[in-house]
Write a protein that binds this ligand. Structure first.
Ligand code: BGC
Length: 392
């Protein structure tokens, strides 16, 4: 790791800010039985200063957060100067704390008015998103170091339009394919709008990379199916948006073993005998190295924009971080240009449809009192950062 390597944590607006009342997720939480409500979340909207000071005190020199579109533009024709001023303050505070900013423009949530006119299935969606981005560029663009236009486009479309687990809970492949085209177009428009104003801007997406593997005795067909899934899930969005990425943002959580099957969807997932997180996700640092090798093809700088584990007792997190940082170092020694590692997440937060039970934080949050408690693993992470600085 060089001295300029970026170390930090990532969050997203809806998951930490609280009272995100103009978003489609807020509306959906209210009307969907069995879904926990995000409520005040970590009250990060009010407590961002202290949270950034805390991040800095843990050795971080970078931080990823998202701007909430529905706060900027709370109806189709109304923009909130108060919210915009708030985000200027937030980004100024990051500068003050010397935290290199990674700013996501879309992290799963949409304004409710946008959802009501068909959301990402609406042909006007890319253009509507572009209007928001232009406003961001004009109002706070000077304060953003790294731009993340869209968080995990494939996860968004699969959860919301294929599996029907997240709003708008559709299960329609045709609509899903349309949505992914619109999201790709929105990214491209955003890329251009940002570069028009800031030619040297660093713009990309955060892509969820899953490491797909096969069993040691796998057939040729298993390998072919694996390769197809790897291409479709991990790389298709990049091929749809070629030429509009200044870096590759890697979100990595786990590995999935694939076995071919004769009938739709032509594969099954084989459970791996590995230790798992509280969400049952297998822990596999080798998978991070694998996806970094896959991302090398783009010949662009790489940032790990998310990597983390749901682990309430904190008994696995330190080893998880050590092993994944090690995988990054191994990748670097193979000539893969990784320039930063952002852990998911700084705080325990609202884990979407899983609510508050999944604890991803380096810092625990007591939801009743909003008290923050630094977990031992956060100190281990800090020691890794400090050691790497000394070595670099
Ligand atoms: C998302 C986060 C989420 C994390 C853990 C990523 O897919 O970007 O919003 O909390 O994974 O599930």
């Amino acid at each position: 790791m060089t001295e300029r390597f970026l170390w930090g944590a990532a969050t997203s607006a809806h998951q930490v800010e609280g009272n995100n009342v103009h978003s489609d997720w807020w509306a959906w939480e209210k009307q969907t039985p069995g879904i926990e409500r995000s409520g005040l979340a970590c009250d990060h909207y009010q407590r961002f200063r202290d949270d950034f000071i805390l991040a800095r005190s843990l050795g971080h020199n970078a931080h990823r957060l998202s701007l909430e579109w529905s706060r900027w533009q709370y109806t189709r024709s109304e923009w909130s100067s108060k919210a915009i001023a708030h985000y200027r303050e937030v980004l100024q505070e990051l500068k003050k704390q010397q935290l290199h900013s990674f700013v996501t423009l879309h992290h799963f949530t949409n304004p409710q008015w946008f959802a009501e006119i068909g959301g990402w299935a609406n042909p006007r969606a890319p253009h509507l998103f572009e209007q928001y981005v232009k406003r961001v560029v004009a109002e706070v663009g000077d304060l953003i170091d790294v731009w993340v236009t869209i968080n995990e486009p494939m996860v968004y479309v699969l959860q919301s339009y294929v599996q029907g687990l997240w709003p708008p809970q559709q299960k329609n492949i045709r609509v899903a394919l349309r949505v992914i085209r619109h999201v790709a177009a929105a990214h491209q428009l955003a890329y251009q709008a940002i570069h028009q104003r800031f030619p040297r801007a660093v713009v990309g997406i955060a892509q969820n990379f899953e490491a797909f593997t096969v069993a040691p005795d796998a057939s040729a067909l298993d390998h072919r199916v694996r390769d197809t899934i790897d291409w479709f899930y991990n790389h298709r969005f990049f091929s749809m948006t070629r030429g509009t990425h200044d870096y590759i943002g890697v979100n990595y959580y786990f590995t999935t073993q694939i076995k071919a099957k004769r009938s739709w969807p032509f594969f099954t997932k084989v459970p791996l005998s590995l230790p798992t997180s509280d969400l049952g996700w297998p822990i596999s640092p080798a998978g991070l190295r694998q996806v970094l090798r896959g991302a090398k093809r783009y010949h662009l700088p790489i940032y790990i924009t998310e990597n983390g584990i749901a682990n309430a007792s904190d008994d696995h997190r330190s080893a998880f971080i050590r092993a994944h940082v090690r995988a990054v170092e191994q990748a670097q020694s193979e000539g893969i240009d990784v320039r930063g590692y952002l852990h998911w997440s700084l705080l325990d937060n609202f884990e979407w449809a899983s609510g508050y039970n999944a604890k991803f934080g380096l810092v625990a949050v007591d939801l009743a009192t909003q008290e923050r408690t630094v977990r031992p693993s956060a100190r281990v992470f800090q020691a890794i950062i400090e050691q790497s600085r000394r070595a670099g």
